[in-house]
Design a binder for this molecule. Structure first.
Ligand SMILES: Cc1cc2nc3c(=O)[nH]c(=O)nc-3n(C[C@H](O)[C@H](O)[C@H](O)COP(=O)(O)OP(=O)(O)OC[C@H]3O[C@@H](n4cnc5c(N)ncnc54)[C@H](O)[C@@H]3O)c2cc1C
Length: 403
């Protein structure tokens, strides 16, 4: 049995950042177990057709968290990143409109604009109706029937490929906020209005794709990172993993489903884990040009399998071709190269907060720290995953110093 003070499951951005921060603070007994043969999790890249391709889907580093940028620039210096102003568009009714749809209705013919604005004015949020409990009803309440029926519902049916009435409304701060006034103003001034929550400006590496920074961060860990080592036998009472590693502090960034058969798991927690749902994403590379100036394009048309197109030549210098992102539950012609991520998005079901409260209360009582996209079962972007790992390292060290 190998005894480890800090045993971390998963070497995505969260696990890598936590391990590096603990080592930086002088801790020497730190070990990360990673199932894959490379660090980086969903943020990995591969070389496909002579250029980088992000195998977990298109990834862009938001510029707003200074502490995170300073941390990542240690491994991939700022000069090795390009800085972009976001250009994302929507394929809609034979047009390529700017995103978000509700802030760019002015790009539609005038008669259409009138119908959309009237529909927004009649939306529940503008007529004083109470906010609904499910995502599906919320879309109609917030944006009106017309935007809901032609764009938002079809797009969301594609990406989540589930009954949208299963999803809750507690996560919607992630979506653009465009009021009726913003919509009217944008139609009159023929320019966008409202706020986009993420990636207004973003960094992307000049070479080797988004995975490069995580590859280097992983390399900096040396023997503290064990690749090709899935955590498969978990003992939640003794904090023992694979009958081989015994932890003083166990940090889990892997999907909770890996814990379902863990020893010492109360039945209620096992059942709560069973209620956590997720969806995957399939990446298909296609060598032909995307024929757009955008960095990426949303595709709400339900007769097309994929929901997003990544125009990699517009953010990877010298790259040709594009890749598409598709929920694996949908069919669709395979690309020249394909990669399926089984775990891409945690599903924000109505019941998730209750299920996660049971899981995290149990973890806290056993000295297990859940962290990251899968530990918390939240749509964390990687800048937030890094920020949370930096602060978790401080909290673990403070707890240790106090004991
Ligand atoms: C399509 C898509 C696009 C995205 N775009 C952006 C973006 O533009 N910008 C942005 O900031 N974020 C983006 N994200 C979010 C980003 O991917 C996450 O924030 C980030 O990957 C979270 O890191 P993590 O370490 O918590 O999880 P992950 O990256 O999922 O890492 C988890 C790690 O655990 C490992 N693991 C799983 N099971 C086991 C096991 N049993 N034993 C050991 N190891 C295991 C996995 O192999 C993986 O390496 C996007 C996500 C998706 C799906």
């Amino acid at each position: 049995m190998i005894r480890v003070k800090y045993l971390i499951l998963g070497a995505g951005p969260t696990g890598l950042t936590l391990a590096r921060s603990l080592l930086d603070a002088g801790e020497s007994s730190v070990l990360v177990l990673e199932a894959a043969s490379e660090p980086g999790g969903l943020c990995r890249s591969a070389v496909v057709d002579g250029a980088p391709l992000d195998i977990g889907g298109g990834h862009f580093l938001d510029v707003r968290r200074r502490e995170v940028l300073d941390f990542l620039f240690r491994f991939l210096p700022e000069a090795d990143w390009n800085l972009f102003s976001r250009r994302s568009t929507i394929q809609f009714a034979g047009l390529e409109m700017d995103y978000p749809f509700e802030a760019n209705l002015w790009q539609l013919p005038v008669d259409e604009q009138v119908e959309y604005v009237v529909s927004v004015a009649e939306a529940g949020c503008n007529t004083g109706a109470p906010m609904p409990r499910t995502f599906e009803d919320w879309i109609v309440w917030k944006l009106g029937q017309r935007i809901a029926q032609t764009y938002m519902l079809p797009y969301n049916r594609k990406i989540w490929s589930t009954d949208l009435s299963r999803l809750g409304t507690y996560w919607l701060h992630k979506l653009p906020d465009v009021s009726l006034r913003d919509t009217v103003r944008s139609c009159l001034t023929r320019q966008p209005a409202g706020t986009i929550p993420a990636h207004g400006r973003f960094h992307y590496p000049k070479a080797h794709g988004f995975g490069e920074v995580w590859r280097r961060l992983g390399a900096s860990l040396g023997h503290a990172l064990r690749l090709d080592t899935p955590a498969s036998r978990l003992d939640a009472e003794r904090l023992v993993v694979n009958d081989a590693f015994q932890a003083e502090h166990l940090v889990t960034t892997i999907p909770w489903h890996a814990w379902r058969e863990a020893a010492g798991l109360p039945e209620a927690v096992r059942a709560a884990i069973g209620r956590l749902d997720h969806v995957g994403v399939r990446i298909d590379y296609r060598p032909e040009p995307a024929g757009s100036q955008a960095h990426w394009i949303y595709v709400p048309d339900e007769s097309v399998a994929h929901h997003r197109i990544l125009c990699r030549g517009n953010f990877c210098p010298g790259a040709r071709g594009h890749w598409t992102e598709t929920n694996p539950r949908r069919a669709g012609a395979p690309g020249l190269w394909q990669h399926v991520n089984d775990y891409a998005y945690p599903l924000n079901t109505v019941d998730k907060p209750r299920a996660m409260a049971l899981v995290t209360d149990f973890a806290a009582a056993r000295n297990i720290t859940p962290l990251g996209r899968w530990g918390l079962w939240e749509h964390l972007n990687c800048d937030l995953a890094v920020a949370e790992a930096l602060s978790a390292a401080r909290a673990l060290l403070a707890r240790e110093a106090a004991s």
